[in-house]
Design a protein around this ligand. Structure first.
Ligand SMILES: NC(=O)c1ccc[n+]([C@@H]2O[C@H](COP(=O)([O-])OP(=O)(O)OC[C@H]3O[C@@H](n4cnc5c(N)ncnc54)[C@H](OP(=O)(O)O)[C@@H]3O)[C@@H](O)[C@H]2O)c1
Length: 194
């Protein structure tokens, strides 16, 4: 089975954005050292406009070849006039309201989200699945998540959009590694204890 990895940016206190999901206060931490790390280790997690600006158009995918995100997260790209924000990946958007996909490269999942994700995980492919967020879809898919890659920025939000829009339940993970940066950013990788 290939893995579903929630790769996400958050505050020290575990919020992925302000109450509306805006995480722009974190952008200032993307300095040269950290950007070089993202470019070399996780180039496929950079959306198309960023890849163009950074000259990464031909950069091979290293961890993921498939992406899944909720419609609210995808809406940010649509609002910017971009219908395929991660065209270098197979893109899936969960939505019950988008009746037709605005892009031939983006497939809408309207029904049986968990079943569709299980089918994607069962595919015989080398690279894994990037769960891009946001909070609500991550909460719905928590039982299916195999790995977390959490980029923590040295800020406390106090309140905001939680990493998981889910009810209380304890789910155990094992810490695989931590990478620290001089500007206070941490990247932590966890694997699900099954
Ligand atoms: N910090 C980060 O790294 C990061 C990363 C990604 C996103 N974000 C932020 O997260 C925010 C959005 O998060 P969110 O929690 O509001 O929304 P979301 O999880 O991105 O999307 C929720 C939408 O997904 C669809 N959906 C959810 N469950 C479904 C199911 N079982 N079947 C079919 N469709 C389903 C629904 O779309 P319909 O309403 O169309 O039915 C629902 O409204 C954005 O503001 C974004 O900035 C932050």
């Amino acid at each position: 089975m290939r893995k579903l990895t929630y790769f996400i940016a958050c505050s020290i206190d575990g919020f992925i954005g302000d109450p509306d999901g805006d995480a722009s206060s974190m952008f200032g931490f993307v300095d040269n050292d950290y950007l070089e790390y993202l470019k070399s280790e996780y180039p496929e997690t950079i959306a198309v406009l960023g890849r163009e600006a950074l000259g990464l158009q031909d950069s091979p995918n290293k961890h993921f070849d498939t992406l899944i995100q909720g419609r609210a997260s995808y809406q940010l790209a649509l609002d910017a006039g971009i219908t395929s924000p991660y065209g270098h990946l197979r893109e899936y958007v969960a939505s019950r309201t988008l009746e037709k996909s605005p892009d031939a490269g983006v497939e809408i999942i309207a029904d049986d989200l968990v079943g569709r994700v299980r089918a994607l995980k069962a595919e015989d492919r080398e690279l894994g699945i990037y769960l891009c967020g946001g909070s609500r879809i991550a909460g719905e898919l928590l039982d299916e998540i195999d790995e977390l890659v959490i980029k923590t920025y040295p800020q406390v939000y106090g309140s905001g959009m939680p990493m998981f829009g889910a009810g209380f339940a304890v789910t155990d993970f094992t810490l695989d590694w931590v990478r620290t940066f001089g500007n206070g950013v941490l990247v932590r990788k966890y694997s699900r204890k099954r």
